[in-house]
Design a binder for this molecule. Structure first.
Ligand SMILES: *[C@@H]1O[C@H](CO)[C@@H](O)[C@H](O)[C@H]1NC(C)=O
Ligand SMILES: *[C@@H]1O[C@H](CO)[C@@H](O)[C@H](O)[C@H]1NC(C)=O
Ligand SMILES: *[C@@H]1O[C@H](CO)[C@@H](O)[C@H](O)[C@H]1NC(C)=O
Length: 412
């Protein structure tokens, strides 16, 4: 008996040793220093500097806005000496640093090298934008976090643009949206749920081009795991939110996980991407993915997730569904109205579609192109996913096709 037990223990120890050896050889021992740099350090490494600015929205949110300048604090200029500002708005729950994860091929550094004056806006609630003139994110949870892309489009976007226009010698601004940053901008340019003409006019006057990356508008055909099973997730999320008073979504990242798993076995940290956002993974730059997995997540209001989940169940692009009572109050009707996206005009729109993007199905993009037919300046399909717009091995879509559109519409 004793003999048998000790043999078992020895076998167990040998197995453990073999597994440890396999893991040891599979792990990536290299240090990815850029993964742990913040956007100030990254910018400096690539020859630029980040300035902090602040804007206040009409409804009292205090938002962080960053400008990338030369090392000596002067604005980056085009070859002809003019300033052409580009505003980049991030996806849900991510920092501006997400556009600096791909080394020299990062969208932020490509733009600066090409002479663009690059700005990053941070939506309400996210990191340094978790501030308000009279609401407290902890004590006034229900009010502070009560937003979806609608509020981001109606208030945050114009606050950023108005501020930039005062700092750039009066030139029109080019807007680059990624994912949620796209949705909120289409919403703003549509004049919101009511098609407000004053809002629409503002964008015709101040925007000279819109670059649409990871174009999440209609979600009906999206094959992302969370969208396909939204009929399960949506009631669950809503129930949890109502029962436990959850209004804010916070970062789920653990430093231990990042350092010991994502850096050493990056493919493990890509599993969620595969299910949620990208149906091909080998198109990513290996180190860009490691940096992406180490990025700090930003906070957001739960309605920014509930809205896409609602949209995955209807074959149209409509406003947030609050339920009968608040719909009547907010919209004056029982059901949420459709957002009048077809009324956008006179703003050159460039759409870059990734064929492996699980959040934007080609059917939904085709629908969008029909709505915008008269004002589409460029359309291209690429071997990209959703995250890949930032992390691709092949960033030629950005280095060539995005830069060309921006230059074509820049102030002469
Ligand atoms: C339309 O939008 C403008 C600018 O945001 C706002 O001042 C105005 O009150 C809005 N009009 C209506 C009817 O909501
Ligand atoms: C707009 O629609 C017309 C008719 O469907 C089509 O011929 C044309 O190519 C479209 N234009 C763009 C820019 O998609
Ligand atoms: C990179 O992508 C472009 C399309 O944007 C394509 O034309 C080119 O062949 C690709 N390059 C490589 C090396 O795959």
């Amino acid at each position: 008996m004793k003999n048998f037990l000790s043999r078992k223990i020895i076998r167990f120890q040998i197995a453990l040793l073999v597994i440890t050896c396999i893991l040891y050889f599979l792990q990536d021992p290299t240090i990815e220093e850029e993964a742990f740099m913040d956007m100030y350090q990254l910018s400096e490494k690539y020859g630029y500097k980040i300035q902090n600015h602040q804007v206040i929205t009409e409804d009292g949110y205090i938002l962080a806005l960053y400008r990338m300048t030369q090392q000596n604090d002067t604005p980056v200029r085009l070859e002809n000496g003019k300033i052409q500002s580009v505003l980049i708005i991030h996806g849900n729950m991510e920092p501006p640093k997400a556009f600096m994860h791909n080394g020299h091929k990062s969208p932020a550094f490509i733009l600066a090298r090409e002479g663009f004056d690059v700005w990053f806006g941070k939506n309400r609630g996210n990191g340094e934008s978790r501030k308000h003139q009279w609401l407290d994110p902890e004590n006034d949870k229900e009010k502070f976090w009560d937003f979806s892309i609608q509020e981001l489009g109606e208030h945050d976007v114009p606050a950023f643009i108005k501020y930039i226009v005062t700092k750039n010698e009066g030139s029109k601004v080019s807007y680059i949206g990624y994912s949620q940053g796209v949705g909120q901008f289409y919403y703003a340019m549509s004049g919101g749920c009511t098609g407000n003409e004053t809002m629409r006019e503002f964008y015709r006057e101040n925007i000279n081009a819109f670059i649409s990356l990871g174009t999440t508008v209609k979600f009906f055909n999206a094959d992302s795991f969370i969208m396909v099973y939204s009929s399960i997730f949506l009631p669950l999320l809503q129930f949890l939110s109502n029962t436990f008073g959850i209004y804010e979504l916070k970062q789920a990242r653990s430093d231990f996980m990042v350092r010991n798993v994502c850096m050493k076995f990056p493919w493990i940290c890509l599993i969620p991407n595969y299910l949620l956002t990208d149906s091909s993974l080998e198109i990513n730059d290996y180190n860009a993915v490691r940096r992406e997995s180490a990025k700090p997540h930003g906070e957001t209001g739960i309605r920014t997730l509930l809205h896409p989940a609602q949209l995955s169940q209807v074959d149209k692009w409509q406003c947030y569904d609050f339920g009968l009572e608040r719909n009547r109050l907010q919209y004056g009707q029982d059901h949420p109205p459709e957002i009048p996206i077809h009324t956008i005009k006179d703003i050159p729109i460039a759409i870059y579609h990734g064929i492996y993007d699980r959040l934007t199905h080609i059917k939904d993009v085709d629908w969008l192109r029909e709505q915008l037919n008269h004002t589409i300046a460029f359309y291209g399909e690429y071997e990209l996913g959703h995250t890949t717009f930032k992390t691709a091995k092949n960033m030629s879509y950005f280095e060539v096709d995005v830069v060309n559109v921006l230059k074509a519409y820049a102030k002469k």
